[in-house]
Design a protein around this ligand. Structure first.
Ligand SMILES: [Zn+2]
Length: 99
């Protein structure tokens, strides 16, 4: 059995069966959207922050340009991405993980 929260952690938990949980995960991932503009996620617009798509992340961080995925996804399936900053500011290069 698993515990789920349908409207955030303050909501009371609901106990569901293991098979029900697996179906709920599939459904949630199917309807998952970017928190900023309700964008859908795809191979070309992946999740790069907490419920945030690549397009909205780049829009928020105009000094960064997307470079590529970095390495392999971790054990929980989260991918790290690499960005480049202005050429004269090496410290602006950064990575972030999806959640
Ligand atoms: Zn978005």
């Amino acid at each position: 059995m698993k515990l789920i929260h349908l409207d955030g952690v303050p909501a009371p938990s609901i106990t569901v069966s293991d098979e029900g949980y697996e179906e709920i995960v599939v459904l949630v991932m199917q309807y998952r959207r970017c928190r900023k503009r309700d964008c859908t996620f795809s191979e070309n617009n992946p999740v790069v922050g907490v419920n945030l798509c690549l397009g909205c992340f780049i829009e928020e961080h105009t000094h960064l340009t997307y470079a590529s995925a970095f390495g392999e996804p971790d054990e929980e399936g989260r991918q790290t991405y690499k960005y480049n900053g202005p050429k004269n500011l090496d410290r602006e290069r950064g990575r972030n993980k999806i959640y």
